[in-house]
Design a protein around this ligand. Structure first.
Ligand SMILES: [Zn+2]
Ligand SMILES: [Zn+2]
Length: 244
């Protein structure tokens, strides 16, 4: 069976040679980025907050348990968060077409990068992978939930089931460029657990494409914990990084 699949992929490679999803340069494997596109992205691979994954300026000595000021002040309630890269001009070239222009083929390298971002956290107790739910109205307009596209390969790689129907999200207009406090207020109350039986006692990993202020993850965690979840962690492709 495995051999059969290998032959099938080899034939596919001849018909559709693997190319970089961003610039169409030749690459050795489907879904990989070319070297130029790979190095343009600001991957979070240096010292970071052990809890929320916030990247620290390199050049200083950090041990594995160092916390950022937000986590040290107890303001991050998730068990942990990891992101693959920083949200900047380079990752925007990925995020915006992926989210708004139907470039769903990007999902493969984005999900691979998110799996890589999980390398230093213990995921052995995770029971459920949950993409951040999209309101029906937005799903109808966009045609897909970008977080669910990313969550599926992550769930597959971890051998964990995906849950995309236990939480309902109410539609609210875009948050635009609001600050962290306004974002938290705007998102408050939009999620509702409709299948608490599937949540109770579970260790849940939330998946999103971008983390801005963390308000979405925090609010989702709040309703999941109230429904009896055992723990809630999060992973995103990129995250907004402001100087701390
Ligand atoms: Zn490229
Ligand atoms: Zn932190």
């Amino acid at each position: 069976m495995v051999k059969c699949r290998q032959i099938f992929h080899k034939i596919l490679d001849v018909i559709y040679p693997p190319t970089c999803p961003l610039c169409d340069a030749d690459v050795s494997r489907h879904g990989d980025l070319c070297d130029d596109c790979w190095t343009a992205i600001n991957w979070i691979d240096g010292p970071k907050c052990s809890r929320c994954g916030y990247p620290f300026v390199s050049g200083y000595d950090f041990d594995d348990d160092t916390l950022c000021p937000v986590c040290a002040a107890g303001k991050n309630e998730l068990d942990w968060i990891r992101s693959a890269c920083v949200y900047d001009d380079a990752s925007k070239q990925v995020m915006l077409p992926f989210k708004h222009c139907g470039k769903i083929k990007y999902y493969r390298f984005m999900a691979n990068a998110m799996i890589w971002a999980l390398r230093d956290v213990d995921v052995s107790d995770i029971d459920i992978i949950m993409p951040v739910p999209l309101a029906w109205r937005r799903l109808f307009h966009r045609g897909y939930n970008q977080a669910a596209l990313l969550a599926r390969p992550i769930a597959h790689a971890m051998g964990v089931k995906m849950d995309f129907d236990s939480v309902h999200r109410k539609y609210k207009p875009d948050m635009g460029h609001k600050n962290a406090r306004q974002r938290a207020e705007n998102i408050r109350g939009v999620f509702r657990v409709i299948h608490p039986d599937k949540i109770r006692g579970k260790h849940i990993l939330l998946v999103d494409d971008v983390m801005t202020s963390g308000a979405t993850f925090s609010e989702l965690r709040r309703v999941l914990m109230r429904a009896g979840a055992a723990s809630v962690a999060g992973v995103s492709f990129c995250r907004v990084v402001r100087g701390i």
